[in-house]
Design a binder for this molecule. Structure first.
Ligand code: GDP
Ligand code: IMO
Ligand code: MG
Length: 428
């Protein structure tokens, strides 16, 4: 039994799904533990490219139990489209489960996400507008509609009586049409029908898996720097993507977790607004964006790009308790003459040096990166399968990152395809 959390160690889109897909072969149970359809997880198998928003990326392996966990928020329309898309591609979804206590995103959550962003104007967060924040707001407010409520008319009716008037008041204030209770009830009936074949008690599935000493893989969405507590607040998502979120959202205690794999891009990207100390606003940033095809999977927005930030990496290591690193997209540097690593920040006001991430976001605007420069390798590495065959300068880059961050790099990804992977020390 080895239970592994795969966590985004930067601002999301690190290539988590590729690593989940890789490790799923040896896993028995794969659980998405937080977030919702704001996630866009890509797996490239050779024949097909799959884009997941809610369904765990492990579904591509037949017979693996997959769970959309208790800490997630579910838009049943998106779920339906995704499941139908998988079925059309011949993927068996009979082992897919949805936690009975996950929360439901309703149309008013989407409206509120949009109106909040509009109201913030230039200070907007740049959300995916999938209603994620507003759904979690209701959960924390203890007024949310959970999956199981869709199947209980009395509870649903009571909850809507509490929640709908305040939602409608807000919507009307901003010039949106209010919802009638009957139209939401009708929608919930449809949602119940969509979800009904999949609803299970996720804790019971986990209990059984632990009892049978199966391997459990916890699939993180978003990334550490988007964490509601520890990320670049308020430019964050509304859940806990960090490894601890696998315990709260997945529903297991920390003593059941054996390994935590942090997925890092060989550089760093972010979509949406918020501080980004190593962001490249020049042609190097454009080159990374273009070669890395850095376009958001969910929203189609261009991702902002920058050099690898080892200060963030060290912060991420502590927050997640990383035991392993999966380093992705190393191939994107194939045509770079030199590559930089941010090893510290300098406060422009007083020269103070930071080699560990200051969680106080108010000072971020005063910080500038301190770089170490390394030589590139100027050759194609996407066909390489063994670490020893990597060019000397690529190995130097990997070793330097490992040395600064202080965590073993166990997987190196050199292309989007499943096969384009160098495994040094498989976590599973
Ligand atoms: P996730 O949200 O963390 O699962 O990542 P995304 O799927 O949003 O974005 C990662 C993108 O990079 C996807 O298009 C992947 O197919 C692609 N990708 C993953 N690993 C590699 C790699 O090593 N090299 C290259 N060139 N692309 C990769
Ligand atoms: P995966 O799982 C990258 C970002 C949004 C925005 C902020 C808040 O594919 O790595 P939200 O809609 O969650 O309220 O938006 O979080 N964001 C992501 N960025 N990858 C993701 O998911 C993201 N999910 C949300 O761009 O800045
Ligand atoms: Mg993504």
């Amino acid at each position: 039994m080895t239970n592994v959390v795969v966590v985004g160690a930067q601002w999301g889109d690190e290539g988590k799904a590729k690593i989940i897909d890789l490790l799923s072969e040896k896993a028995d149970l794969i659980i998405r533990y937080q977030g919702g359809c704001n996630a866009g997880h890509t797996v490239v198998t050779g024949e097909h490219t799959y884009k997941f928003h809610l369904v765990p990326s492990g579904i591509l392996y037949k017979g693996k139990t997959c769970v959309i966990g208790s800490g997630t928020v579910i838009n049943p329309e998106v779920f339906n489209d995704e499941v139908n898309g998988l079925k059309e591609k011949g993927i068996d979804v009979s082992s897919l489960n949805v936690s009975n206590i996950a929360h439901i995103t309703l149309p008013y959550h989407l409206n509120i996400d949009e109106l909040s962003e509009n109201a913030l104007g230039e200070k907007k967060i740049g959300t995916t507008k999938k209603g994620i924040g507003p759904t979690y707001v209701d959960k924390i407010d203890r007024t949310g509609i959970r999956v199981e409520d869709l199947f209980d008319d009395e509870i649903l009716s009571r909850k809507l009586d509490t929640v709908l008037p305040s939602k409608n008041a807000l919507l009307e204030y901003y010039g949106y049409e209010p919802y009638t209770k009957s139209e939401i009830v009708e929608l919930c009936r449809k949602y119940a029908e969509i979800l009904s074949p999949y609803v299970k008690d996720a804790t019971e599935i986990i209990r059984q898996a632990l009892h049978e000493r199966k391997n459990i893989l916890f699939e993180g969405a978003q990334g550490t720097m988007l964490d509601i507590d520890h990320g670049t607040y308020p430019y964050v998502t509304s859940s806990s993507p960090i490894a601890g979120g696998a315990c709260t959202g997945g529903g297991v205690g920390p003593t059941y977790i054996n390994k935590v794999v942090g997925v890092f891009k060989a550089y760093i990207t972010r979509v949406g607004e918020g501080p980004f100390i190593t962001e490249l606003m020049d042609e190097t940033g454009v080159k990374l964006q273009q070669i890395g095809v850095e376009i958001g999977t969910t929203t189609g927005r261009k991702r902002r790009c920058g050099w690898f930030d080892a200060v963030i990496a060290k912060y991420s290591t502590i927050l997640n308790g990383l035991t392993d690193i999966a380093l992705t997209k190393l191939d994107v540097f194939d045509t770079f003459d030199e590559i930089k690593i941010c090893v510290g920040y300098e406060d422009k006001r007083n020269g103070r040096i930071y080699d560990f991430y200051p969680s106080s976001t108010s000072i971020h605007k005063h910080l500038q990166p301190i770089y170490e420069t390394m030589d590139g390798w100027n050759q194609n590495i996407s066909h390489i399968k063994n670490y020893d065959d990597l060019p000397a300068n690529a190995k130097k880059y990997v070793k330097r990152l490992e040395e600064i961050v202080g965590v073993q790099i166990s997987i190196i990804s050199v292309g989007a395809n499943r096969e384009q992977t160098i495994i040094l020390n498989s976590p599973l």
